[in-house]
Design a protein around this ligand. Structure first.
Ligand code: TEU
Ligand code: CA
Length: 551
C-alpha cells in the first residue's frame, strides 16, 4: 500500500463561473472563491479541482482555451490566482487545474496562424485535410455538431473538431506542439499547482489516415471513437508527458477518459507511467438508451454490477456521482420529489459512492443536495451542447423528446449558481447571474443547512471526515455483500482487524434486511436514521463498525 495525498484527500470540484461572484457582474470569479476557502476548509476538503479558468471566448464555458497562461477576464487576474493558490495551501488544500489539450479555441494564436496558409509554421499544430470533392474528409460525427469537420476556404482544406467548430483538435503527432504543451504544464506546476484533471485526454491520438468510422449508425455522420479513443499512440504521448512533467513531482493527474472500459482502464493507471486516476463514463451512461438524451430510469441492479466491476477492475477508482457535465445526483439517482426523500436519498447516495475504494470527487452543491433546474424555455439554456441539440430538435421536429432529455440530462442542471443563502440570487451575486438560480434556493442553501444539525451539509462534513481519516475507508479491501439483492447496496471495507459495513436501501420503499450473526456486535458510525434492526426506511443508510473481537 503506497500512501499518496490524493488517495487520502476528498476533492471538491468547483465550477468557478457559478461558485461566487465578488464584483457584481453576475459571473463567479477567483476573488469569490477566495472568500469561500474557509467554507471549504470547514467542510474538510483537502483538494479543489477548478474547471478551466484560462482566457477563453467561452463557446464551451472555458473548454475552448484562447491562452493557456492567462486568466479569463471575467474570473480575474493572475494575481488573484496567486492569492487563491496561496490561501488554499495555507489551509492545507491542494489545487488541481483543468488541462484541456485535446483541442484549443479557434481564437488561440496557434490556430490563427495555422489557418493562414498551408506552409505556416503552425499549420501542423492542428489536423487539416483535403475534402472528398466538396465533402468532409471522412464521416466522423462531433460531440456537439453533426460533422467533426469544418471547411476553411482560405486554404481549401477542412479542420477536425471532435467538439464545437470553435474547438479545433490539436495535432499530437507534432512533437513541437507536444513540447509547447509540456512547457506550459511545467510552468503551472512550477507555480505550485498540485496536479491536473485532463480533459478527454484519451482522445489525443487519432488513427493514422483518419479512416471512416465503420459503425453502422444511421445518418451521414458516425461517432468514430474506434479511431480516436484509446489509440496506441495515446499511451506513448501520456508516457512522454509523465516523463517530461510529472515524474519527479508529488502531483496528481486524473484523466477524463470517455469510452474507457474495465477491460482497457488498467493500461492507463497500472504502470504509474501515464495517469494516477481516471474518470470513466459507464455510470454516467447507465440511464441512457440510444445516446444521452434517450433517458431510461436508473437501474439499481445495473448500478451495483457496474460499481462492483470497477472496484475490481483497477486498484484505485475515482468516485463521483456528478460533475459540470451531468445532471444533479439527487435528482438523477436519488429522489427530489419531496423534502424528506431529497435529504435522505442525498445522504444515502453520498455514503454509497464515497465509502467505496478510491478518491472521492464531490461536485459543488452536492453537499447541500442541490437539484436539477426546472427549465421551461430555450432562453434559459446556456450550454452549447443543449442549445445545439435543441436546434437539431426544432429542425428535426422532435422538440418534446429534446425537452425531456434536457430536463433529465442537460449540463445546465449542474451549472446553476451555488446556493449560499436565501437572499436574492442565493447570495451567489447581487446582480442577475449569467444563468438562473434554482427556484428552490430559499430552502436549499448553505446558511440554512449550517443551522440544521440534521442537514445534508453536516452529514457530508462527517462523511468527508471519515473518508479522510479512516485507513479502512481509504485503503481497506472492498467486498460486495448481498450482491443479488435488488434494493440494497451493501459492501464491506476491511483493513487489518477493522471492518466497516455500508448498508444502503436505494429504494423509496421500506425494506427488510437481516444482519448476519457476525454483525450482531457493532457500533453505528454514520446513519441517516440511527435505526437498528432489520427494517430499513426509504433511502436509509447505515455504516457499521463491526466489533471483530466479539465476532
Ligand atoms: O467532456 C467530454 C465529454 O465527453 C462530454 O462532452 C460528455 O460527452 C458530454 O458532456 C455528456 O453530456 C469534457 C468536458 O468535461 C466538457 O465540459 C467539454 O464540453 C468537453 O470535454 C470538450 O472540452
Ligand atoms: Ca464576477
Amino acid at each position: 500500500m503506497i500512501r499518496k495525498w490524493w488517495k487520502e484527500s476528498v476533492v471538491y470540484q468547483l465550477y468557478p463561473r457559478s461558485f461566487k461572484d465578488s464584483n457584481h457582474d453576475g459571473i463567479g470569479d477567483l476573488k469569490g472563491i477566495i472568500q469561500k476557502v474557509d467554507y471549504l476548509s470547514w467542510l474538510g476538503i483537502k483538494a479543489v479541482w477548478l474547471n478551466p479558468i484560462y482566457d477563453s471566448p467561452n463557446d464551451d464555458m472555458g473548454y475552448d482555451i484562447r491562452h493557456y497562461e492567462k486568466i479569463m477576464n471575467e474570473f480575474g487576474t493572475m494575481d488573484d490566482f496567486d492569492e487563491l493558490l496561496e490561501k488554499l495551501h495555507q489551509h492545507d488544500i491542494k489545487l488541481i487545474m483543468d488541462l484541456v489539450v485535446n483541442h484549443s479555441s479557434d481564437e488561440h494564436q496557434w490556430f490563427l496562424e495555422s489557418r493562414k496558409s498551408k506552409d505556416n509554421p503552425f499549420r501542423d499544430y492542428y489536423i487539416w485535410k483535403k475534402g472528398n470533392n466538396t465533402k468532409e474528409p471522412n464521416n466522423w460525427a462531433s460531440f456537439f455538431t453533426p460533422s467533426a469537420w469544418t471547411y476553411d476556404d482560405n486554404t481549401d482544406e477542412w479542420y477536425l473538431h471532435l467538439f464545437s467548430e470553435k474547438q479545433p483538435d490539436l495535432n499530437w503527432e507534432n512533437p513541437t506542439l507536444r513540447e509547447d504543451i509540456y512547457s506550459m504544464i511545467n510552468r503551472w506546476l512550477d507555480k505550485g499547482v498540485d496536479g491536473f484533471r485532463m480533459d478527454v485526454i484519451n482522445l489525443i491520438a487519432k488513427k493514422v489516415g483518419l479512416p471512416d468510422a465503420t459503425k453502422s449508425e444511421d445518418g451521414p455522420y458516425v461517432f468514430a471513437d474506434e479511431h480516436f479513443a484509446m489509440q496506441p499512440k495515446m499511451h506513448e504521448h501520456l508516457q512522454e508527458m509523465r516523463e517530461r512533467c510529472f515524474k519527479h513531482r508529488d502531483s496528481m493527474c486524473v484523466g477524463e477518459t470517455p469510452f474507457v472500459t474495465t477491460k482497457n482502464a488498467l493500461s492507463l493507471v497500472e504502470s504509474g507511467k501515464e495517469l494516477d486516476l481516471l474518470f470513466h463514463f459507464e455510470l454516467m451512461d447507465i440511464d441512457s438508451r440510444n445516446g444521452k438524451w434517450d433517458y431510461i430510469p436508473f437501474d439499481i441492479v445495473k448500478f451495483k454490477q457496474l460499481m462492483i466491476s470497477w472496484q475490481k477492475a483497477i486498484p484505485w477508482n475515482s468516485l463521483f456521482w456528478s460533475n459540470h457535465d451531468q445532471p444533479r445526483a439527487v435528482s438523477r439517482f436519488g429522489d427530489d420529489s419531496n423534502e424528506l426523500n431529497r435529504v435522505q436519498s442525498a445522504k444515502m447516495l453520498g455514503v454509497a459512492m464515497h465509502f467505496l475504494k478510491g478518491t472521492s470527487f464531490i461536485f459543488q452543491g452536492e453537499e447541500i443536495g442541490m437539484t436539477n433546474y426546472p427549465f421551461s424555455k430555450t432562453e434559459e439554456l446556456r450550454d452549447i451542447e443543449s442549445l445545439q441539440f435543441m436546434k437539431n430538435a426544432v429542425q428535426g421536429d422532435f422538440v418534446d423528446f429534446a425537452w425531456r432529455g434536457i430536463l433529465k440530462k442537460g449540463r445546465d442542471n449542474a451549472r446553476t449558481p451555488m446556493q449560499w443563502n436565501d437572499s436574492l440570487y442565493a447570495g451567489f451575486s447581487d446582480v442577475l447571474p449569467w444563468i438562473n438560480v434554482n427556484t428552490n434556493f430559499k430552502t436549499i442553501n448553505v446558511e440554512q443547512a449550517m443551522r440544521d444539525s440534521n442537514s445534508i451539509l453536516h452529514f457530508y462534513k462527517r462523511l468527508i471526515e471519515l473518508k479522510s481519516t479512516s485507513l479502512t475507508l481509504i485503503y481497506g479491501d472492498f467486498e460486495p455483500l448481498f450482491v443479488d439483492n435488488d434494493s440494497f447496496f451493501v459492501y464491506k471495507r476491511s483493513y487489518k482487524l477493522e471492518q466497516i459495513v455500508v448498508i444502503c436501501n436505494m429504494t423509496k420503499e421500506i425494506k427488510f434486511l437481516e444482519y448476519p450473526d457476525e454483525w450482531r456486535s457493532h457500533s453505528m458510525i454514520l446513519s441517516n436514521t440511527f435505526n437498528d434492526g432489520n427494517q430499513f426506511q426509504p433511502y436509509e443508510v447505515r455504516v457499521l463498525m463491526i466489533n471483530s473481537n466479539h465476532a
